[in-house]
Write a protein that binds this ligand. Structure first.
Ligand SMILES: [Zn+2]
Ligand SMILES: [Zn+2]
Length: 261
């Protein structure tokens, strides 16, 4: 199953530069340092879906031609991952005669419904722009599922204050917003072709996220052929950090395309 993965955003919660133009340690002249909120697009002939819908989704959707999707997979309810869901009524313009499934666990669903109560309350006549509707489909971690016809395996990650979901598709895995792996999840990730993993900071300064030393240890232990670090904050200058990485580990950048079996 060949899939194409597009990194639509590899930034951390606040993107790079931060609001007001704060580039931190990142060189503003390197376009690879300009990072939108974390989201990926997964597609092949069998389906097309996105993982997370953060506050930058409007720009991402324009750049990567996101209209009709087979689904939306949510990893967890932090605002950099669900903050763009207010655009669903306008996105539904493209859904004539079909609905959009939102795959989420119970906790994430509850938080989305709490934030955008007016979009999901059947008593309220939301002005969706097409006749289709978004609806929730519950993710059961560790049970294989299909989005479109793409086989997907969701698994639990420890994100400190809450769990997040990782996702494996063939020999590719996307593990954003993770502090540590439960043993059961870690065991699912050996010998990947492409491993995309959280590395919010160079040093251990954010207890909800991974950092360089730990992410590199995971990449090595799991024996991934190629690893890309994502969820990069404004201290992670592309050239400075890249110079410290082993040959088969790279920083992600917005627009990066990965092909995987
Ligand atoms: Zn995040
Ligand atoms: Zn998070």
């Amino acid at each position: 199953m060949n899939v194409k993965i597009t990194i639509m955003g590899c930034g951390s919660a606040y993107g790079v530069p931060l609001i007001g133009g704060n580039w931190g340690k990142c060189d503003p002249n390197n376009p690879k340092n300009r990072r939108l909120c974390p989201s990926i697009l997964v597609e092949n002939d069998d389906g097309k879906f996105i993982v997370d819908m953060g506050p930058d989704i409007r720009q991402q959707a324009e750049k990567y031609n996101i209209q009709l999707l087979d689904g939306l997979f949510l990893t967890h309810p932090h605002s950099d991952h669900i903050g763009g869901m207010g655009h669903l009524p306008a996105l539904m313009y493209y859904y004539q005669g079909c609905n959009l499934p939102i795959y989420a666990d119970r906790f994430t669903r509850k938080e989305v419904e709490r934030n955008w109560w007016y979009m999901f309350d059947p008593k309220i006549n939301v002005e969706y722009w097409g006749d289709g509707r978004p609806y929730f489909s519950e993710i059961i971690p560790y049970y294989p599922m299909k989005i479109g016809e793409i086989d997907v395996l969701p698994f639990i990650q420890d994100h400190n204050s809450m769990d997040s979901l990782g996702i494996r598709i063939g020999n590719f895995a996307y593990c954003t917003d993770i502090r540590s792996f439960p043993e059961k999840s870690y065991g699912l990730l050996r010998d990947l072709d492409v491993f995309v993993v959280d590395c919010n900071n160079e040093f251990d300064t954010d207890k909800s996220h991974s950092y360089l030393e730990q992410s590199l240890r995971w990449a090595k232990e799991l024996n991934a052929k190629t690893t890309y670090l994502t969820h990069l904050d404004h201290t992670m200058d592309y050239d400075t950090i890249s110079a410290k990485l082993p040959e088969n580990v790279h920083l992600a950048y917005d627009g990066l395309i990965l092909e995987c079996d």
